[in-house]
Write a protein that binds this ligand. Structure first.
Ligand code: SAM
Length: 270
């Protein structure tokens, strides 16, 4: 893995766009700055479906969490790359199915920390915690999460719309491997990721736009996404286009059939 910045204690930098804030703009949130909106508008002019895709990504998080806290019986969640709180947040979904669910959120962006209070209002029976840690330092995540989660029992690790901000050169596959290695049998990996093979030319332009804003974007092909699940048992329907991952679990989703160029998958550790 390459050099990683020290633990982020730096103040919010409004001079350049940040993925969490650009995503917040796509979702219609208020926790973004003109630089974030500017990049968001550029991306939207390139790909008019972007806001719809961002909303679909949230719905995938909700469906996957509902299924894992429900029929899969998972009671512990480690959500890395959480984003600025957007209702309903993951702990709300998990704790409505299982009030005793314990949730650890992780993000490296100081703006997420600034809003973390909303992530910490959980049930009295359960637990919620926020860690400001860079995903490229998985050992640091594991050390800090240990205070809340019991790694001898199953955990759902969610890396939702995170890995396309971590390049191969920055150790994307090592990060996932390290985190998954720490999980007990019966745990799950939930992952969504921007596709690189849906519309390669437009994707290339999006990568350039993010790069001009100082943000690394690493879209991946289906095979490259599948590689994140190496050694795990993919649950049906395997790696799917995000809206096609168990649409029957959706609640209040407003779909219009527009393609969403993100892959999604959920796999179990045997
Ligand atoms: C597109 S948002 C996804 C938020 C949420 N997971 C969801 O799907 O709705 C990506 C999040 O990943 C975070 N992120 C990007 N790179 C990261 C890194 N190296 N370490 C931790 N978080 C990171 C960003 O700050 C942002 O909040």
């Amino acid at each position: 893995m390459t050099a990683v910045p020290p633990p982020a204690t730096h103040p919010i930098d409004t001079s350049k766009p940040h993925p969490a804030r650009v995503y917040d703009w796509f979702l219609g949130g208020k926790d973004n700055y003109p630089v974030d909106e500017e990049l968001g508008r550029q991306i939207e002019s390139l790909e008019p479906r972007t806001k719809y895709c961002a909303q679909h990504n949230r719905w995938f998080m909700q469906r996957a969490t509902r299924r894992l806290a429900g029929e899969a019986g998972i009671r512990q969640f480690l959500d890395v790359g959480t984003g600025i709180p957007t209702e309903p947040n993951l702990h709300r979904i998990a704790q409505s199915a299982a009030p005793d669910a314990r949730v650890v959120y992780v993000d490296n962006d100081p703006i997420v920390l600034a809003h973390a209070e909303a992530l910490l209002r959980g049930t009295p029976e359960g637990a919620t915690e926020f860690l400001q840690v860079d995903a490229r330092t998985p050992d640091r995540i594991l050390e800090q999460a240990e205070g809340v989660l019991d790694f001898s029992r199953p955990i759902a690790l969610s890396l939702i719309a995170l890995m396309h901000f971590i390049s191969d050169e920055d150790g994307a596959y090592d990060v996932v491997e390290r985190l998954v290695a720490a999980l007990a049998p019966g745990s799950y990996l939930v992952l969504s990721q921007m596709a690189g093979d849906f519309d390669p030319e437009r994707t290339r332009q999006a990568v350039e736009m993010y790069k001009a804003g100082g943000v690394t974007l690493a879209p991946r092909s289906r095979a490259e996404v599948e590689r994140f699940f190496t050694g795990l048992e993919l649950t049906a329907p395997g790696i799917a286009w995000l809206p096609d991952w168990h649409p029957e679990l959706g609640v209040d989703e407003v779909r219009n059939g527009t393609p969403v160029p993100l892959y999604a998958g959920v796999a179990r550790k045997a």
